[in-house]
Ligand binder design. Structure first.
Ligand code: SDX
Length: 380
C-alpha cells in the first residue's frame, strides 16, 4: 500500500451528505434547509426554525401554533430533577450538570426499554421536542441554584426565548433582550458536521439511542476549541479589563502561542457567516446598556481590531455571543449550556438523518507502533 495520506482532524474531508444545512466558505454563507440563516434570524421565531430543521419546511400558521403548544406543554421537569441538581457539587460545571440531567431523562424514558424504538424517527421527534422544551428549564434552574435562588416554573403564555429569560431572572425581559437572545439561538441551532454534531452522528450510526448521542455531543461541545469558546471569550475579555490593556495582553498571549478564543474557524477562513448578524444584535444590547457597558464594548471592539490586524484571523460566532450573554445577565459558565439549548435542534436533526442512513461510521487508521513481535522473542 503506497504512502497513506492522513487527514488529521478530518480537515477538509467530506464524509457524507446532509440535507439539513449547507456551510459554504467560498460564499461565506450558511443555509438551513436552503434558507439563508440571516433571513431566518431577521424575524422568524426560534420555534419556526426548529420546525424547519426537523421537518424540512417552515411551518404554516396552524403547524406553528401546534408546535408551540406542544413545546410549551413539555417544559416542566420530571419529579426528582431539582433534587438531583441539589445533590450535585455546588461548583460542578453547568455543562456537567446539564449532561447528567439529560442522561437521567433518557434513563426515565420507558420507551427506551424497547430497543426497536431507539431508531424510530417518530419516537425520536417526540424525544427531541421534550429535550428542546426542558433544557431551558434545566439551565435556568442551574443558574438560579448557583445563586442560591429557587427555580422558577416555566410559563406556557410566553414564547421560547421570553420564557427562558423569565425562568432565569424572574422578570419579563425587554424586547431588545428577547430579540438578541432569539437571534443567538437561531444562529447557534445548526452548523453541518461540526465536532459535536459529528459526535452525535457517530453514536447514532451504531443504532444507539438519541439520548446517548446527545450526551456525547454535550461532552464534545464543552471543549474550548468548540462550544466552550463562548465562555472562554468572556474570561479573556474580563482578564483584559480595559481597551488600553488589549495590545500588551495580546503581546503576552501570542508570545506564549495561546489560542485566542472566539477567533478562527476550521471551515470559514475569511470570517464566520453568522458573525455580522450576531454582532448587530450585540450592538443593540450595547446601545441599551449605555455607559455601564462602555468598558466591555471597548475591549470587545479593540481586541477584534488588534487581533485581526495582527493575525488576519477573524471572529467566529462565539466572539459576539459571549458578551451578548453577559449583557443578558447569564453567568459566564452558563454560556455553553445556552449553546446546547440551541444546538439540540441541529444535533437531533442529524441523529434522525444518520439513523435513517443505516451507515456505521468507522474510519481507518495508519499504524505507526512497534513492528510485530512475540512473547517468546529474545528480550532485547
Ligand atoms: C465553534 O466547526 C464548527 O462549525 C464549529 C462552530 C459550530 O457552529 O458548531 O462554528 C462553533 O466551535 C467555533 C470555533 C470556536 N473555537 C474557538 O474560538 C477556539 C479558538 N480557535 C482555534 O482553536 C481554531 O481557530 C479552531 C480550532 C477553531 C480551528 O482551527 P483549525 O482549522 O484546526 O486551524 P489551526 O488550529 O490549525 O490554525 C491554523 C493556524 C495555526 O497557526 P500555525 O500553527 O499554523 O502557525 O492559525 C492559528 C493556529 O495557531 N490560529 C490561531 C487561532 N486560530 C487559528 N492562533 C491564535 N488564536 C486562534 N484563535
Amino acid at each position: 500500500m503506497g504512502e497513506t495520506e492522513i487527514k488529521k482532524g478530518l480537515a477538509g474531508v467530506v464524509v457524507d451528505t446532509t440535507a439539513i444545512s449547507k456551510v459554504n466558505p467560498e460564499t461565506n454563507s450558511l443555509l438551513y434547509r436552503g434558507y439563508p440563516v440571516q433571513e431566518l434570524a431577521a424575524g422568524q421565531p426560534f420555534e419556526a426554525v426548529a420546525y424547519l430543521l426537523w421537518n424540512g419546511e417552515l411551518p404554516d400558521p396552524e403547524q406553528l401554533a401546534e408546535f408551540e403548544r406542544r413545546e410549551r406543554s413539555l417544559r416542566q421537569l420530571a419529579p426528582g430533577t431539582i433534587e438531583l441538581l441539589d445533590r450535585m457539587p455546588r461548583d460542578a460545571h453547568p455543562m456537567d450538570l446539564l449532561r447528567t440531567v439529560v442522561s437521567r431523562i433518557g434513563a426515565l424514558d420507558a420507551t427506551m426499554l424497547d430497543q426497536a424504538s431507539w431508531t424510530d424517527p417518530d419516537a425520536d421527534l417526540r424525544r427531541a421536542t421534550e429535550l428542546l422544551a426542558q433544557i431551558p428549564t434545566i439551565i435556568a434552574a442551574i443558574q438560579r441554584g448557583r445563586r442560591g435562588q429557587d427555580p422558577i416554573a416555566p410559563r406556557e403564555d410566553l414564547d421560547y426565548a421570553r420564557n427562558f429569560l423569565w425562568m432565569t431572572f424572574g422578570e419579563l425581559p425587554s424586547d431588545a433582550a428577547v430579540d438578541a437572545f432569539r437571534v443567538s439561538l437561531i444562529l447557534y441551532a445548526e452548523h453541518s458536521f461540526n465536532a459535536s454534531t459529528f459526535t452525535a452522528r457517530v453514536i447514532a450510526s451504531t443504532t444507539s439511542d438519541l439520548y446517548s448521542a446527545v450526551v456525547g455531543a454535550i461532552g464534545a461541545l464543552k471543549g474550548p476549541l468548540h462550544g466552550g469558546a463562548n465562555e472562554a471569550v468572556m474570561h479573556i475579555i474580563d482578564e483584559i479589563g480595559a481597551p488600553e490593556n488589549v495590545a500588551p495582553w495580546l503581546d503576552a498571549a501570542l508570545a506564549k502561542k495561546r489560542k485566542i478564543m472566539g477567533f478562527g474557524h476550521r471551515v470559514y477562513k475569511r470570517g464566520d457567516s453568522r458573525v455580522p448578524t450576531m454582532d448587530a444584535a450585540l450592538q443593540r444590547l450595547f446601545a441599551e446598556g449605555g455607559a455601564d457597558v462602555a468598558a466591555l464594548q471597548g475591549v470587545y471592539t479593540e481586541l477584534e481590531r488588534e487581533f485581526v490586524s495582527r493575525k488576519g484571523i477573524y471572529p467566529n460566532l462565539d466572539y459576539p455571543s459571549g458578551p451578548a450573554y453577559r449583557l443578558l445577565g447569564f453567568d459566564t459558565e452558563i454560556f455553553t449550556p445556552l449553546f446546547v439549548a440551541a444546538r439540540i435542534v441541529g444535533w437531533t436533526a442529524h441523529i434522525r438523518e444518520q439513523a435513517a442512513s443505516n451507515a456505521l461510521i468507522r474510519p481507518l487508521s495508519a499504524y505507526d507502533g512497534p513492528d510485530e513481535r512475540h512473547l517468546g522473542d529474545s528480550l532485547g
